[in-house]
Design a protein around this ligand. Sequence first.
Ligand code: AMP
Ligand code: MG
Length: 356
Amino acid sequence: METKRIIIKDKTDPKDNELMEAAEILKHGGLVAFPTETVYGLGANALNGEAARKIYEAKGRPSDNPLIAHIADEEGLFPLVKEIPEAARKLMKAFWPGPLTMIFPKSDAVPYGTTGGLETVAVRMPSDPVANRLIKLAGVPVAAPSANTSGRPSPTTADHVWEDMNGKIEMILDGGPVGIGVESTIVDVTGEVPMLLRPGAITMEMLTDLLGHVEIDPAITGPMKEGVHPKAPGMKYRHYAPKADMVLVEGELQAMAEEICRLASEAGQQGKRVGIICTEETESFYAGKNHENWILLCMGSREKEETIAHNLYGVLRKFDECQADCIYCEGFPRTELGQAIMNRLTKAAGHKIIRV
Ligand code: AMP
Ligand code: MG
């Protein structure tokens, strides 16, 4: 299949004539990748089980990993769900449109092909103007997981999507780099107490400020014990992973950087190509060590954690390109946006963490 790439001239104000062909493809059961404020999504008509099946095929995604249905406005929610719990009403008012997904009891209109066989459905209303207008024009809810091959880091630019999806889908809408860079926060509102299933840019602190008590799925905070299943089925996979072996080092800044230098020197002596993921605050420290076989990539500034989230997946993909054998990565405080950053880094590292 030939994949068409359409460049959106002004992503803050996309024109309907730029989106019409993509909307038609979605309406008729095809696949279109498009930018959202979190990461690029791979869209298909969420009410069409056969279209949803094509998503799993293009991504190589396990079919028990359910999809998020994206809607353009509140009216789009009603046909998809059996009820709207009180907590959901508050969350919608506060954070929609935006990077928040909620789990609802599903209506009969939503096929099991979209929900991975579950009786619940995940729904999000994106704020990105391209995503929002595209969904509106398509006139159907759009199932859209991240537009990467399953297991690879999520795409934050149209080039990343092209690397993974060229030849497998009808169209890519190129709206430039996304804003946030990590996937949406997921909150399950079907139980008595809302539960955070995946951390994102709507932080735990923001959720508890609004709702009071919010539980956290234990799958977020640590490696899963045998027999324990995360409530978001997708969270059990080794996601977000670069090809190289990655180790995450956590601790006070100076101690962390020194430990990474020690580990990197050791690996370098074994002839390995060593990758180091650092921050603006530590970059000169590693650069000063002047090791020729170290590949040093900076994720952003600790003072502005949104820059870290924004660059995270791009940096992991760069290490695939330069064929690092091992990667050492600095850790971050697990609060606010740091919780989402550490959740993705921990998984990229397959839970290999050293605390200093
Ligand atoms: P992605 O589409 O790549 O952002 O991944 C979607 C995430 O949402 C996965 O971790 C899914 O397991 C999770 N998810 C989707 N639908 C549900 C649902 N009905 N219940 C719980 N988690 C869900
Ligand atoms: Mg994904």
